[in-house]
Write a protein that binds this ligand. Sequence first.
Ligand code: PLP
Length: 369
Amino acid sequence: MAKFIPIAEPSITQKEIEYVRDAIKSGWVSSLGEYIARFEQKFAEYIGVKYALTTMNGTVALHLALVSLGIKEGDEVIIPDLTFIATANAVVYSGAKPVMVDIERDTWCIDPKCIKKAVTKRTKAIIPVHLYGHPANMNDVNEIAEQNGLYVIEDAAEAHGAEYKGKKVGGIGDVGCFSFYGNKIITTGEGGMIMTNNEEIFERAKFLRDHAMDANKRYWHTEIGYNYRMTNLQAALGLAQLERIDSLISKKELVFDWYEEHLNNIPGIKLNPEKEWAKNVYWMVCLVMDKSSPLSRDNLMIRLKEKGIDTRPFFYPISQMPMYRSSKINPVAYDISQRGVSLPSGVNLNKEQIAYICQQLKGILKNKI
Ligand SMILES: *Cc1c(COP(=O)(O)O)cnc(C)c1O
């Protein structure tokens, strides 16, 4: 059997090692130090926004965005049903209620038509998620937000560098949130960032992130804030990654192209979508099995594991989890969630490994056992 092929792994080069070594040698190991500002500035420039603020992970970036916009108990926030749990949990941390709506079949992202139907007097914000690297339909989301006086917080945790109509995601709504977890497009180990063009929101977020300390009076706090800061060591790793982001994304695209070459005309499966207005960064190469497939998604995953190939099921709909259970079914999210699987998508993969994965996959699909 071939060596085990993991779902993802970070790409760490000499540059990352040098920057982190430099950071640790400087003695600035906590959240002061030059790498923090350099990482924030460079990522803001990359996304095309004015302000950026590092956080200790992507989940708290979402929470910080919500509280900085004043979202609180009694409010509702509309999110897609198909997303990582953090999107929903962050809303609950703020005191508000997440309202899950369905997704589009051809982007896997929030369906603007369903947002419209879910808006109530209590709705304060929408969180579109750019799922698996494909941008959500941002013009429609922004339009609904504008008509109803809502904020838009982009969850761009899986989509660094993805573009909606030529504009990088994370810089299109009122606030953009990123994650730099180990399997994301660029990593700081754990880490996150919030981005905005609005100075007031930025200042509010910075204040709340740093324990809401009075700017002119040290250790004087007028509100309950948070310590959501990133360390200088993490920012050093992040800056090195960011300096390589173009090549990391190119490799993601290449990995997808290799899969596509092998799996293009295989009946019974479909790979990630890419709308004509979108640049997908293929955070994960995903496969959705046809409804009529005699082989179940879970059996496919078991069979691939036997061949040393790691996979992940799609996220489960948030409204299916015990603490968010709802009688309302979002049919597209439920349907795609059951049939979707993520394949090994790491940037260290080579052409031969992908040929091997596809060969095994085709064999399993053909034998249907
Ligand atoms: C990874 C992820 C997050 C949270 O990021 P962490 O850094 O792991 O806290 C939020 N939303 C989505 C869609 C994600 O994939």
